[in-house]
Design a protein around this ligand. Structure first.
Ligand SMILES: Cc1ncc(COP(=O)(O)O)c(C=O)c1O
Length: 464
């Protein structure tokens, strides 16, 4: 058998005769791989040769501490041996089966996920990832309520497909406009940059709920199918809702017959130290979107956990949506194994402990010493360091959605981290500390020490 690169590959064997080198991986990548969100001529991806736990490395042996969990999805860490074995075992049984059949891995994954979900969210619609989950969640809500409008936050990301990118509040939406109709944006709580001039979290919670209530009034409650929110806003700032906010949204939804959809694609499955982030506030939405951490992306999987009353809408009437790979056996087997490993290895407890005892205190200490650190916030292994030029005015280190020269101060910090072997997650004027839930305390301290050093570069841009 011959590979496209002309080299001879072993036939019916498990390994290839020649292994790629970093240079050829990059050559083929640059010639043929069209990358997400990128100007294709301006990128130079690092060829990743392998990974283990919280580390990955390139072909030259340069190791990186994965402080971004890849795309904040690798909650269990790289190459967990038990997860690999479960996928291999499932592949040996049955690699794929159409979604119309019943399948043991799929049934068990659904049973386990609904067992973890609150209240009577007892059914799962499986997808391949997060965007398809949010797309299908609003489709369900619209059909269930026979209403059309969907309310989402300005500071949000819900995926890159047609409706999902329209739900998204951040600038990734702009190039896809005009797009799907019926999406209305509102401001969520953000105590550090309050849209409501609130003095504290209590005021922020009350005022942002009043704002949402006003939006519902002027849009017409009877036209609104769903309110979609990230339980803890992820990429757009790790915005932890202040006390009372989620309950307030739940109450507004109940009052007006609106479906409450929590997008936990990033926040779920351990990231916040809970199975579902809503558990932190003891709230039960009507639909929960999940993906990423459900099996750490070892095989792509996402889905919607559905309250029974909404599932019942489609008891006699077909649900008008589906995917060839809905409930893919390998992906579901990986979810079953991952959930089992999380339980048996106490990974949620570890993530929670890292947040309260290690990451939180260490970041607050950085805030004390670095004038560029305006705010630190988060829970579990889901934290943001918000960088500013001026702590009094909160002027961000770089402007909203900065690129090119305007983004240079952030790029310097990121480059300094990478040069010291730490791979950070950066967005706008923030560094997010989002390592795997399984990271050791020593590695957390190592990564934060490197960020500490890199922040000296940000400090140089401060004016007060
Ligand atoms: C909150 C949230 N929703 C949806 C998505 C989209 O998920 P996917 O990239 O798997 O489509 C993401 C991805 O980062 C996300 O963070």
């Amino acid at each position: 058998m011959f590979g496209g690169d002309g080299r001879t590959y072993a036939c019916a064997m498990t390994s290839v005769e020649t292994r790629p080198d970093g240079a050829s991986v990059v050559r083929n990548d640059r010639a043929h791989v069209f990358h997400s969100w990128s100007a294709q001529g301006l990128i130079s991806p690092i060829p990743v040769a392998g990974g283990e736990g919280s580390w990955f490395w390139d072909y030259d042996g340069q190791r990186y501490l994965d402080f971004s969990s890849q795309l904040v999805n690798l909650n269990i860490g790289h190459q967990h041996p038990r997860l690999i074995a479960a996928i291999q075992e499932a592949a040996g049984r049955l690699c794929t089966v159409a979604p119309s059949f019943a399948n043991a891995d799929r049934s068990e994954a659904a049973r386990l996920i609904t067992e973890l979900a609150p209240d009577d969210l007892d059914m799962v619609f499986f997808t391949n990832g997060g965007a398809e989950a949010t797309e299908n969640a609003i489709r369900m809500a619209r059909l269930h309520t026979a209403r059309h409008k969907v309310l989402t936050m300005y500071r949000s990301y819900h995926g890159a497909t047609g409706a999902a990118i329209t739900m998204t509040g951040d600038p990734r939406r702009w190039p896809s406009e005009p797009s799907a109709v019926g999406m209305v944006k509102f401001w969520g709580p953000y105590p550090y940059r309050s849209a409501f001039h609130s003095a504290d979290e209590t005021e922020e919670s009350a005022r942002s709920l009043q704002h949402l209530s006003d939006v519902i009034m002027v849009e017409g409650a009877h036209t609104i199918a769903a309110i979609v929110l990230e339980t803890v806003v992820g990429t757009n700032g790790i915005l932890v809702p202040p006390p009372g906010y989620l309950q307030g949204v739940r109450d507004l939804c109940d009052q007006h017959g609106i479906v409450m959809i929590c997008d936990e694609v990033m926040a779920g499955f351990g990231r916040c130290g809970e199975w579902f982030a809503v558990d932190h506030w003891n709230i039960a939405p009507d639909l929960i979107c999940f993906a990423k951490g459900v099996n750490s992306g070892y095989v792509p999987l996402g889905g919607v956990v559905i309250r029974q009353a909404i599932a019942d809408t489609f008891k006699e009437r077909p649900y008008p949506g589906g995917l060839t790979y809905s409930g893919h056996p390998l992906a579901c087997a990986a979810a079953v194994a991952s959930i089992t490993i999380f339980k048996e290895e106490g990974i949620l407890e570890h993530a929670r402990m890292l947040g309260t005892d290690v990451i939180g205190p260490a970041l607050r200490e950085l805030q004390e010493r670095h004038p560029s650190v305006g705010d630190v916030r988060g829970l579990g292994v889901f934290w943001a360091i918000e960088l500013v030029r001026n702590r009094e005015t909160h002027e961000p280190l770089v402007p909203y959605n900065a690129s090119g020269e305007a983004a240079a101060p952030m790029n310097e910090v990121v480059a300094a981290c990478k040069a010291k072997g730490v791979w950070p997650f950066a967005h706008f004027n923030r560094i997010h500390v989002v390592p795997p839930c399984t990271i050791s305390v020593e590695d957390v301290r190592l990564g934060i020490a490197v960020i500490d050093e890199a922040l000296e570069l940000a400090d140089r841009h401060t004016t007060g």
